[in-house]
Design a protein around this ligand. Sequence first.
Ligand code: BEZ
Length: 251
Amino acid sequence: MKWNAELYDQKHAFVYQFGENVLEVLDVKAGEHVLDIGCGTGYLTQQIQNAGAIVKGTDYSPDMIAQAKENYPAVEFAVADAGNFDEAGQYDAVFSNAALHWVKNQDGMMDSVYKSLKPGGRFVAEMGGKDNVGKLIAATKQVLTQHGYLEQTKIQVWYFPSLGEYTSRLEAHGFRVTFAIHFDRKTPLQDGDQGVTKWIKMFGSQFFEGIPQPEVEQMLTEITALLEPHYNEDGQWYADYKRLRFIAVKE
Ligand code: BEZ
């Protein structure tokens, strides 16, 4: 997946603005070593540094990391795969916001995070949880089906686990889960009735790979129409986000 880092900063700032209160859960102390995985364009990484931590932000996308370095030259950033990295035993905390649902190798990610933490270190994250953007996914699959693209409906772009599934998985990797919550967060979309189209073009383009662009545009219009009764509240459109937030400790 290729990211448009500039567009992400301009139009999808809610991804990290809503992430700010997960920083309260991280509760960073001055001098702590923190790794921020899936840091995107670096806003929260910089917030962690401002709170007094020694932080490194990593992302799979070189474009995101280039933008992060431009945005915050005083913060350390590097390209790395969250599903498989080697930073053995250094960190007081590993943090992640709105990124883990993109990681294909969840077991590799959990092992890598575990190894990178000091004993007593914590893994604090927020990600999409079960049924996140469920209405949007259902509408997208309905329209793909109506246009005869059945194979495309089987693509699993994201991983949105339930609380039980994910906390069990963390436990199987040696963590003690000390806090976990699965909650609704109605999330505003920008640009009114263009918001769904822009969101899908930014984050869900994999559903439409190989489909001629004029037909994609038509399908996006149809998806928007299906979502309107659920997403449009007096002209402000909201997506049906559901978050999974947790603290998991390496004992
Ligand atoms: C999310 O933060 O929940 C999300 C963002 C982009 C694509 C899918 C989910």
